[in-house]
Design a protein around this ligand. Structure first.
Ligand code: CP3
Length: 344
């Protein structure tokens, strides 16, 4: 039997001498080859829906660096678009969407069974990748978690404090909860289709989980994640799931058990020593080098990467950044991070 891939070993709970490594936003604007392919596609969304070019940009960081996982090139906001929201990207600013804040707007969304019409090129990208990746590289699918996706659908854009979503939660809980339920259902179907197209593991990005406090965190970050994972495990019991409740802080404790996640991804606001004691005890962790090291580099990058490897060395660990790499990063620093993690 072929040796199991290193990422899948970590997700199965195995402790390895050298942690496997990949990087959030590994295909992105810090790479000249990404910028060239994006220019060829025209714009970001055209790149997401062009299976051949999306395959190419997914492979670029694998060719350049030999990461242990390839993450599908797509975006968490394709699900709102597939549900019928308008979506576009303002150059230099970020995403814009038509907003959903009333029962009428909610009713106008498309039924979940229809999302695949929009999303079928994404499944084709995964099928391409399943045939194109080196045999040691794990193919990772992903989606946004319902709360994070809802914050964009309610505000119509990214917001620093997720204010509009918190306001809808306070003013019209029925619409807020119905929207979350719709996204949850769509996410289950989307990730199942990704798995059927070849994804060997999937990740749920809850980038704004940290703005939910107390019972709201349990109800709108933990519970939908648990619901999605339970549904996926019922259909695809052998496919591991990574959950990323960014900014969870002390709520990281117990997140494996409460959600059924095989791995909990850590942002850089928690120290690896704390996380080793309090989170890795209950399962695999991923993370958590601060992204700015990919800009600043130097000895601090090496020291911090070594400290993270050291802190997590007695349990299952996948090395990653605490958030996505930024466009101003230096590609040489990425190589230095990899050499440090693999070479000691
Ligand atoms: O990690 C990867 O390499 C896989 C591809 C991926 C992208 N977005 C590509 C992308 C993934 C996993 C995402 C997730 C995503 N998208 C999240 C969750 C993770 C996080 O960063 O918190 C969120 C919140 C989004 C929504 C989104 N997409 C925003 C807010 C923006 C604009 C901000 C920015 O960085 O420009 C995007 C655009 C986006 N998604 C880019 C990429 C490579 C940049 C687009 C470009 O090429 O101009």
């Amino acid at each position: 039997m072929a040796e199991q891939k290193t990422i899948l070993k970590a997700l199965a709970g195995e402790t390895q001498d050298t942690p496997p490594i990949w990087m959030m936003r590994q295909a992105g604007r810090y790479l000249p080859e990404y910028k060239a392919t994006r220019a060829q596609a025209g714009d970001f969304l055209s790149l997401c829906y062009n299976s051949d070019l999306a395959t190419e940009v997914t492979l670029q960081p694998i060719r350049r660096y030999g990461f242990d996982a390839a993450i599908l090139f797509a975006d968490i906001l394709l699900v709102p678009q597939a549900l019928g929201a308008d979506l576009w990207f303002e150059a230099g600013e970020g995403p814009r969407l038509s907003t959903i804040t009333t029962e009428k707007e909610l009713e106008e969304l498309r039924p979940v069974v229809e999302i695949h019409q929009t999303l079928s090129p994404i499944y084709q990208t995964l099928r391409n990748l399943a045939g194109a990746l080196p045999k040691e590289t794990t193919l990772m699918g992903f989606a946004g978690a319902p709360w994070t996706v809802a914050t964009y659908m309610i505000a119509g854009r990214g917001t620093p404090d997720q204010g509009p979503a918190h306001a809808l939660k306070a003013e019209n809980k029925a619409v807020f909860e119905a929207l979350l339920a719709r996204i949850t259902e769509a996410t289950i179907e989307y990730l199942s289709a990704q798995i059927e197209a070849g994804a060997e593991c999937v990740k749920l990005f809850d980038s704004w989980a940290g703005s939910l406090k107390g019972g709201d965190f349990d109800a709108y970050a933990t519970a939908p994640t648990a619901q999605i994972i339970a549904a996926l495990k019922a259909r695809h019991p052998d496919i591991p799931v990574i959950a990323f409740p960014r900014g969870a802080g002390e709520k990281y404790v117990g997140f494996h058990a409460k959600t059924g996640a095989d791995c909990v991804a850590l942002d850089d606001s928690v120290t690896p020593e704390w996380a080793a004691d309090n989170v890795q005890k209950t399962g695999c962790v991923q993370g958590n080098l601060a992204s700015y090291h990919m800009v600043s580099g130097g000895q601090a990058l090496v020291d911090e990467a070594r400290a993270i490897v050291e802190a997590f060395r007695n349990g299952p660990h996948i090395f990653n950044l605490g958030h996505g790499i930024t466009p101003d990063a230096n590609p040489d620093n990425v190589q230095r991070m990899i050499d440090t993690v693999r070479g000691g």
